[in-house]
Design a protein around this ligand. Structure first.
Ligand code: NIG
Ligand code: FE
Length: 413
């Protein structure tokens, strides 16, 4: 067990919350509670105590003392949507897109997800783990403490299971908190008919994944050219029978019914939302499904950004995740996602931080332990570089604002 850590002289201890605040919506998203001139005491891997400097108590000898003068302390980011397990990058498609090809055209020619599947099938589980581990360390350094990881580049029983084993192992061998999602219905392999593939997902993949207890959640790419409303519903309902709750890739390229099927099946989140209208927004208001924007993917593919400003103004919550994957968002940098949220979706810095901590923790059902500075929650925090204000951090975009990371009470070197 790590030493106790006492951080003192903190310029601002950010996102301090009572345990009953599990997510924020609408106007409440603009409040980011902060204690100025604060201390934070971490003990046995948990947040033990905090307050203003004049309330600071004696700590036992052997405690590591850090001085955060001029710096802010935040709860670690919770990244609720990634495809962290993949075998190879796809910069050749990046160049094709620069020259005018669309994401859908590349996918239809066997590029895109099928390209990733081909490479992943040829990669051993250990090699895949090593590649994923490198990415895990990269996002830890950038301030992420909990992450959701999807399958979906295997597209056979064996390779989907392989991906999820790797994802689980990341949770065991790093200090990241990991939640896993089975996304067998990500694309249809080129040598299969869709009806046969949907049958394979339902009759063989889901039971195989459940047998090894590899997935907390089930996801489907509900999109024209991929999986329809009806197919999504059938797959998701099959997963639910094995205890996998839904979260859906919804409305990325078209108004494909993704939000509708997500709300109907009581999905924890509907993610992407680049193409939504009034109808979807009204429906979301009737549900507890978390609308999740993936600004990295909208930016990278030059898609319209989700109407987050309008949604918040109408009282909805918004979560922000990275969608780290080789095809549509080759970055897991949550700091950049915050800047994009502010610049491209007109979210305030306070709203963006709430969206990437408290609301993503709610979407991953880890509000009891993550997403805020709250006594008893896991000691997952980062200390910022010296900064004049909280707003300066997303403003100074693409500059790493994380100075030191502590996960599960351990200082990351
Ligand atoms: O979330 N849209 C579907 N899935 C991923 C992209 C997958 C890929 O292109 O490899 C996404 O954007
Ligand atoms: Fe995705």
């Amino acid at each position: 067990m790590a030493n106790d850590i006492l951080i003192k002289n903190i310029k601002g201890l950010v996102q301090v919350r009572d345990p009953q605040i599990r997510s924020v919506a609408g106007r409440a998203m603009s409040e980011l509670p902060m204690i100025e001139n604060a201390f934070l005491h971490l003990s046995q891997g948990l947040i033990r105590d905090y307050g203003t400097m004049d309330e600071m108590h004696q700590v036992k000898s052997g405690t590591t003392i850090l001085d955060a003068s001029g710096k802010f302390v935040f709860p670690s980011f919770v990244d609720s949507h990634t495809h962290l397990v993949f075998a190879a990058s796809r910069e050749e498609e990046f160049v094709m897109k620069i020259k005018g090809a669309t994401y859908a055209e590349i996918a239809a020619k066997g590029g895109g997800i099928l390209n990733s599947a081909k490479k992943l099938r040829a990669t051993s589980e250990d090699e895949l783990f090593e590649k994923t581990l490198t990415r895990a360390h990269e996002i830890i350094k950038l301030g992420t403490g909990a992450v959701e990881i999807k399958s979906g580049y295997g597209l056979t029983v064996k390779d989907e299971v392989k991906m999820l084993r790797v994802a689980k192992r990341i949770g065991k061998e790093t200090l990241l908190t990991v939640k896993t999602t089975f996304l067998g219905a990500h694309a249809v392999p080129s040598d299969m008919k869709k009806t046969d593939y949907v049958k394979l997902v339902i009759d063989e993949m889901i039971p195989a994944v459940a047998e090894e207890n590899l997935a907390d959640y089930i996801d489907v790419f509900c999109e024209e050219g991929f999986f329809s409303f009806d197919e999504t519903e059938r797959i998701v309902e099959a997963g639910k029978k094995y205890g996998m709750k839904p979260r859906i890739h919804a409305n990325q390229l078209h108004r494909s019914g993704g939000v509708q099927v997500g709300v109907k099946t009581k999905a924890l989140s509907v993610d992407h939302l680049e193409n939504i209208g009034e109808e979807e927004i009204e429906l979301l208001k009737t549900s507890s499904t978390m609308p999740t924007a993936l600004p990295g993917a909208a930016f990278f593919l030059n898609l319209p950004f989700p109407p987050a400003r309008k949604m918040i103004d109408e009282g909805l919550p918004i979560a922000i995740a990275s969608d780290y994957n080789p095809g549509s968002s080759p970055s897991g940098n949550m700091q950049v996602m915050l800047s994009l949220a502010c610049i491209k979706m007109k979210m305030t810095p306070e709203e963006a931080f709430n969206a990437a901590t408290l609301n993503t923790a709610a979407a991953l059902e880890i509000s009891d332990s993550h997403g805020s500075i709250t006594k008893g929650k896991v000691a997952n925090i980062f200390i910022s570089k010296t900064s004049p204000s909280v707003a300066y951090l997303p403003y100074h975009f693409a500059n790493d604002f994380v100075d030191q990371v502590i996960l599960k009470g351990e200082l990351i070197g």
